[in-house]
Write a new protein. Structure first.
Length: 255
């Protein structure tokens, strides 16, 4: 049976290092980073900032980026591999705090389109995380980053739910049997990136927390997309302001 070596040994160095691609990040001295995946989320975060500078050169794995003091905002490509690559480069460039703004589908009847979910643990069905932490590890956000994010959401007046997130590389293989089984385990939503980013940051010993807006529903066995609905876009705007507020706190030297 052919098997791959899942997790690199703790004392073993990679041949290709992310420091090779981190010069652009180092120039700006970012302490904290906000990672987004859609053009809409990136624009909402940009609008929530008082001052910013667009980066002419963007890091590997990134479509767009901007700087606002010690806080960087990055629009990643979709998927676990690209987002992990970007996160590695940002860590190599000095970033120590990460906030992730995602979109997710609901797999629980408790969660509807427009709801906001803060993942507190992850079910790993993407491939990247297994190269960073052992298969039996339950990936989680960092307590400090999580507390800062939740406080900012509450201060913004935005209600949110907490629970598990399922990250997958295969969105066209999200079957009803999986939805029901994972929902029974306490998983609320499904996306493509959150668990790999948790794993990367756990391995590299930096701090990360994330939040997702529910944009579609799968729990009935029928796909119900609501990406452009008022309830979704309204929540996304509030999330962006709250995450910027949390990002500014984490980018300050008082944390």
């Amino acid at each position: 049976m052919i098997k791959f070596i899942q997790t690199v040994k703790p004392d073993e160095e990679p041949i290709v290092k992310p420091t090779r691609f981190s010069d652009t990040v180092k120039l700006y001295g970012f302490r904290a980073a906000i990672i987004t995946f859609t053009s809409e989320a990136y624009t909402l975060v940009k609008n929530a900032l008082n001052r910013y500078e667009e980066l002419e050169r963007v890091p590997l794995g990134c479509l767009k980026a901007l700087s606002s003091g010690g806080l960087g905002v990055f629009r990643s490509y979709f998927g676990s591999a690209a987002s992990a690559m970007l996160t590695e480069v940002l860590i190599a460039g000095g970033v120590r705090y990460f906030l992730v703004i995602g979109a997710a589908g609901s797999i629980s009847r408790e969660v509807k389109a427009g709801d906001v979910v803060v993942p507190t643990w992850g079910l790993r069905e993407e491939g990247v995380s297994y190269h960073y932490v052992e298969p039996d590890v339950v990936v989680k956000p960092d307590p400090l980053a999580l507390r800062t994010l939740e406080n900012s959401l509450a201060e913004t007046g935005l209600g949110f739910k907490t629970g598990g997130i399922w990250s997958t590389d295969a969105p066209f293989m999200e079957t009803l049997s999986k939805v029901r089984e994972y929902s029974d385990m306490g998983v609320l939503v499904v996306d493509m990136e959150m668990t790999d980013l948790m794993a990367v940051c756990m391995r590299r010993r930096v701090k990360l927390a994330g939040v997702v807006t529910v944009t579609d529903e799968l729990y009935s066995g029928y796909w119900k997309p609501m990406f452009d609905s008022d309830v979704v876009t309204g929540s996304e705007k509030k999330v962006a302001y709250a995450v910027v507020k949390a990002g500014k706190k984490l980018s300050s030297k008082n944390v």
